[in-house]
Design a binder for this molecule. Structure first.
Ligand code: TRP
Length: 454
């Protein structure tokens, strides 16, 4: 058998994993859910969820990958060859197909909006309603939405085709610094706009009256989504690590980068939105409907609008490649397909599954399942059901099935001396995985499928 690929450097792994975590969730979703849930108070709860649940589960996933050097299916099989647990790995691969199929559609919008920004389309808008109408007109055009879905899928396939080191790692090492640089430029533009302090106050001054049980569950659910947990993406990236790598430190770095980028995106967006006197709490339309109007009014808005949508595109691309890699790793490891065959075949399959999602905004807008269009159905199934279920089962598996002693020994391998000597830390980690994470994730799960209402 051919030798399995691995990362070329520690930095390469961090950039790739941070690239997976940093995505539409950070730039598009985090700002608007923070906007809807009272700003700073929500951010505070979110940070606690990230630290207490997100970080330990992230460590567990990376650990399973590194210990087995396999894709999610192979990882479960190597540690416990029962049908049930191998099936859990299989669910991860299926979630990869589903999430990538519609993620690529939205990422296609980002690409299409780079083109709109370059064309200067945003200058026609004077109100978010006008921007909204133009948005609806674009996504209502099958050729537009399918074209960019196709283009984005092809770019994703291109990166993954080039391999773990030569494609994913190299691509991430270029994309992440560019993404960071663009974001810093946008933050500086935002905070130097007149009236930006209102935007900062919105993010940093807590309004506890807006916090409800609901906000807590939204925060926890998002902590999960933003770290790419619950479907074996981080497991797959972990499988290209060696036993010399330090998992606790790496996980901490990934979490820190993901959080910093989400907060910076919040600053860049809210300073601009407040400065333009627009509503910060409009929900999902914030980026495609409010922001273009903000750019139309802002000095230098032409350049900043182009930079913003390039930022969104890069964030989406570095996440999409990790989703495709889960699927590819499965076909390469388990079915012994050559990499190029796995990428081309499965990339095409994902594109095709995404077609009805793209058509949900036009030709298929009348097709509904339980009241949701195709796009929303797939999103619901993957993000609200498969991911929490996956995260729950991964925590249980590592803490209870794989076993305390083995998990602790594995997490200490390659860790710092300080981590190894302070047993309370690794034991605390295991306790979270044993009790707190499963219980909390289960509650979020019940909430997100509508069994619990708050
Ligand atoms: N973390 C990504 C974001 O913030 C989205 C995501 C969720 C994801 N699960 C994933 C990405 C699995 C890659 C793999 O946008």
């Amino acid at each position: 058998m051919k030798k399995r690929e691995s990362w070329g450097s520690h930095l390469g792994f961090i950039m790739a994993a941070a690239g997976s975590a940093i995505g539409l969730g950070n730039i598009w979703k985090f700002p608007y859910i923070a906007g809807e849930n009272g700003g700073a108070a929500f951010v505070f709860i979110y940070l606690i969820c990230i630290a207490v649940i997100g970080l330990p589960v992230l460590m567990a996933e990376i650990l399973m990958g590194r210990a087995t050097q396999r894709n999610p299916v192979g990882a479960f099989r190597a540690l416990n060859n029962s049908k049930f647990w191998v099936g859990v790995g299989g669910l991860g691969v299926i979630a990869g197909f589903l999430i990538l199929s519609y993620y690529s559609v939205v990422a296609g919008w980002a690409l299409g909006y780079v083109v709109e920004a370059v064309k200067g389309s945003f200058y026609q808008y004077t109100t978010p309603q006008m921007a909204g109408e133009h948005f609806n007109q674009l996504v209502g055009t099958p050729a537009w939405i399918l074209g960019y879905h196709f283009l984005f899928s092809a770019i994703t396939m291109g990166v993954v085709y080039a391999g773990v080191k030569g494609g994913i790692e190299l691509g991430s090492k270029i994309m992440m610094p560019v993404l960071f640089g663009i974001l810093i430029i946008l933050v500086i533009r935002g905070v130097t706009l007149p009236g930006s302090s209102k935007g900062l106050a919105f993010l940093w001054v807590a309004d506890w009256s807006k916090i409800s049980g609901n906000s807590v569950l939204v925060a926890l659910g998002h902590a999960f989504f933003t770290l790419s947990l619950g479907m074996g993406a981080m497991m797959t990236y972990g499988s290209y690590m060696s036993s010399k790598d330090n998992i606790p430190n790496s996980s901490l770095q990934i979490v820190a980068l993901d959080t910093i980028i989400a907060l910076l995106a919040g600053i860049a967006i809210f300073t601009a939105v407040f400065s333009a006197g627009l509503d910060p709490a409009v929900g999902p339309g914030l980026i495609f409907q409010t922001l273009p109007v903000v750019f139309a009014k802002m000095p230098g808005g032409y350049i900043f609008s182009i930079l913003f949508f390039i930022l969104l595109f890069l964030a989406a691309l570095s996440s999409a490649i990790s989703l495709l890699e889960v699927i590819v790793a499965y076909f390469v490891d388990e079915r012994e397909w050559p990499r190029h065959k796995a990428v081309l075949t499965m990339g095409t399959v994902v594109f095709l599954i995404g077609v009805p999602s793209a058509l949900s905004y036009n030709l298929m807008s009348n097709v509904h399942f339980f009241g949701l269009n195709f796009f929303d159905t797939v999103d619901y199934l993957a993000a609200n059901i498969l991911l929490p279920l996956g995260g729950l089962l991964i925590s249980i598996f590592v803490a209870w099935i794989w076993g305390s002693d083995r998990a602790i020994r594995a997490v200490k391998t390659g860790a710092s001396r300080w981590f190894k000597e302070h047993h309370q830390i690794s034991e605390g980690w295991l306790t979270v995985l044993k009790y707190l994470a499963p219980v909390m994730i289960f509650i979020v799960f019940l909430y997100s499928i509508g069994v619990i209402k708050l």
